[in-house]
Design a protein around this ligand. Structure first.
Ligand code: CP3
Length: 384
């Protein structure tokens, strides 16, 4: 990895970023033609992929963030057999089985999402990754106090993940969409810098102010590995990819441009150059009022909205043909009952006229009753 010392100070957006933004705005201005062209390319048999390509479907296709995980007894059982979470991720047979578990239990879901984690990328480039029970992930050494010389480039440590993608692809029904993913550079950097989850991403934001050269080097390194990683997932069989930016909401507007929009626009631009027809979903959690400019400037094909966004507002403020994914409060799903029914109906009502993929506003909670998930799927799929 190059030493950080020689890099320019990231005070203004770099030319690359500006070119991507102009390209993406131009691309959106051609919306009609491009999207029409894309939908004919889209696999008509996959409703969720079709919506990502700009089609409207009633009822909307749906999946749930973290749909493979601890709320499922079959996941907990396999995990108990195999050891820890990372053992599951690196065992491609187990990971493929877990990826498919939600679809077996809930056949009306429209997508599988790769079972892995956004923190596999820091692990692949040289940080040590552990999950401490009840406390969450640990990455060592935290980059706030370490140099960058030990970081490595793109590595074979990601190969088992592509094996999982191939195994899932071989078994997935043809009408289901297969979503690959990565964390966005900003969100991944917050963990790499602090070495763990942090309350308000203070370590990463502090480093970005105190040593912008070092922080830029970290972001650019994650960015280049992420492009290769997502490309390889697509080559192995993913139909679409999602960029998880869980901490996009902790940045000031200028920092948001610099650390969220810039890197995302460059990733989208480079992935599109290699895989022009593959949809990319951006999920800048907490972006709120910056969602429209995020969509315009990054060139993502669809945006995920979290549960704090009013879906009526999103429908009004976002371009009418931009696919929107979301945004049921995971706590409403856990609560169930009339509150769940009401919340789901509001979202369906607000986003009915546009390309919409029903999802949660964030990952499903581990103590969510299965019966509530069944109820939600019935509500969404019965909605005509
Ligand atoms: O959506 C999916 O089902 C795909 C798989 C997926 C996981 N994590 C599986 C997982 C995805 C897309 C993620 C994303 C992820 N991981 C994010 C971004 C989205 C978000 O939730 O904000 C973040 C910040 C992480 C980092 C991470 N991984 C945390 C904070 C934790 C929780 C640690 C804990 O002990 O609760 C994980 C672990 C993790 N990732 C689990 C799963 C199913 C739980 C593993 C287990 O304990 O069995």
């Amino acid at each position: 990895m190059a030493k950080a010392g020689g890099l320019p100070k990231p005070r203004t957006p770099r030319p690359n970023h500006i070119i991507n933004i102009i390209y993406n705005i131009y691309k959106r201005s051609e919306e009609g033609g491009l999207r029409a062209g894309k939908s004919t390319l889209s696999d008509v048999g996959k409703p969720l992929l079709a919506v990502l390509c700009g089609e409207r479907r009633d009822p909307p296709p749906m999946w749930m963030m973290r749909q493979a995980g601890r709320y499922l007894p079959e996941y907990r059982e396999l995990r108990a057999q195999k050891g820890g979470f990372l053992d599951l991720v690196y065992d491609s047979d187990a990971a493929a089985e877990i990826t498919l578990q939600p679809l077996k239990r809930f056949p009306d879901l429209d997508a599988a999402i790769l079972f892995s984690d956004i923190l596999i990328v820091p692990f692949a480039i040289g940080q040590n990754l552990t999950f401490v029970l009840g406390e969450g992930p640990r990455l060592t050494p935290p980059l706030i106090g370490a140099g960058l010389d030990d970081l490595q480039g793109f590595s074979g440590r990601l190969d088992p993940i592509y094996e999982t993608v191939r195994k899932v692809k071989a078994k997935l029904a043809p009408n289901k969409t297969f979503i690959g993913f990565a964390g966005s550079p900003w969100t991944v950097a917050t963990y790499m810098v602090a070495g763990q989850g942090s309350r308000d991403q203070a370590e990463a934001r502090t480093l970005a102010y105190d040593d912008p050269v070092k922080f830029t080097a970290i972001i650019e390194h994650i960015e280049s590995v992420t492009i290769e990683y997502l490309s390889a997932q697509l080559e192995a069989g993913a139909d679409a990819v999602q960029l998880f930016d869980s901490w996009a909401g902790s940045l000031s507007p200028a920092q948001f441009e610099q650390w969220v929009v810039g890197p995302t626009a460059r990733i989208v631009g480079k992935l599109k150059a290699r895989h022009p027809s593959v949809p990319i979903i951006g999920f800048p959690k907490g972006a709120g009022g910056k969602l429209a400019s995020y969509a315009r400037e990054t060139g993502v094909d669809a945006v995920g909205i979290d549960e704090t966004v009013d879906p009526f507002w999103a429908n009004k403020e976002l371009p009418p043909d931009l696919p929107v994914q979301g945004n049921l409060d995971p706590l409403a799903l856990r609560a169930g009952g009339a509150e769940l029914d009401r919340a789901a109906a509001t979202i369906l009502d607000a986003l009915r006229g546009r390309p919409h993929i029903f999802n949660l506003g964030h990952g499903i909670l581990q103590d969510t009753p299965i019966a509530h998930v069944e109820r939600l799927i019935a509500l969404v799929k019965g909605a005509r």
